[in-house]
Design a protein around this ligand. Sequence first.
Ligand code: ADP
Length: 374
Amino acid sequence: MEEQFSKEIIMDALAGVMAPGATIDLVSDGSIRKVATCDGYVTVDVAMPKDAAQRDALERAITQKLHEAAKTSGAAIKQLKVMFVTEPENPSPQPPPRGSGSEDTSAMLPGVKRIIAVGAGKGGVGKSTISVNLAVALARQGHSVGILDADIYGPSLPTLLGLDGLEPTMHDNRLQVFYVHGVKAMTIGKLVDPEKPLIWRGPMAHGAFKQLAEQTDWGELDYLIIDLPPGTGDVPLTMAQMLKMTGAVVVCTPQKVARDDAIRAVRMFQQLKIDVLGIVENMSVFVGDDGKEYDIFGRGGAELMAQRLGLPFLGAVPLTMSLRQHSDAGTPLKNFAKSDATKPALENMAKQIEMQADLAQGRVGAQGPKLVVN
Ligand code: ADP
């Protein structure tokens, strides 16, 4: 079987290229803005070199290195696009002017290094399932991870994390997180009566999200995963205004109707100036107990869409009986048991998202401690 030209191979190769006049390589100096690869089609977004006249030389150097890497790894490049971006995109909302009274993440969530939103064009595609398993997979890698269920229309974290019977507590006017399965969790589902229909209108959605984000005591976190409501509503807007986002992941099932909705979600994030880290294809194939794969929804549809949009593909998660059972039972750690059918796909997805988050971090500049000059 032909080798796939993976992002790791591409990044390794790019780490061997220097921009003209630079003293460190393109990856180390943060010039690589985005890398997408699918089925031999490769797109690399690179910051325009200081001297724009050097771009052709740089493009040649990149192309040469990637072709060399393809040869060595036994993978094939069918098409390579090197795109130069002039301005470092600034996906996060502009820092508020001094004295404006509004907050950014560093003021509001000072101990949180990276914030990743998980969105979807519509409900039922597995957005919450992916959020939970991403959080758990990152925690298993040794990161300190929080997950915020902001799906105010249909919060599912209480079920997926098995929070039934647990009640939220306040300490010093701060909501205390639930510490479960190695992650810290907070959900709007615990703050409202689960039997009551949630007819949150725009302003209420805004207030509910604001309260959750502001009042939860997250402490120190490497990653905060935000499970957004499906579609394009008020919560993402509030989130973009309040928090300094690292980026967003869009979850999509392979069939065409789902893809059209997912494209709208991608556009929404882009309009909100939130960096789209890429697309996850959920329910990619059905894997039966016999281990046989059934291509129900048309595997690869979301991957194709990612490629067309020039976005990274973050992995395909199969539809498995065990994932559904562990979700219903609120036992996500079982998805990472040695012989579990979904484990490799979930771990790969988390790895891809981590890598894209690294790149996004480079694009916006470090979000760690900030130097403030008065
Ligand atoms: P959303 O958040 O998009 O509305 P959920 O994550 O709540 O969707 O998932 C909907 C249902 O589908 C849940 O019962 C969940 O367990 C199930 N599910 C999601 N993804 C998978 C998968 N890959 N394999 C099996 N069941 C899945």
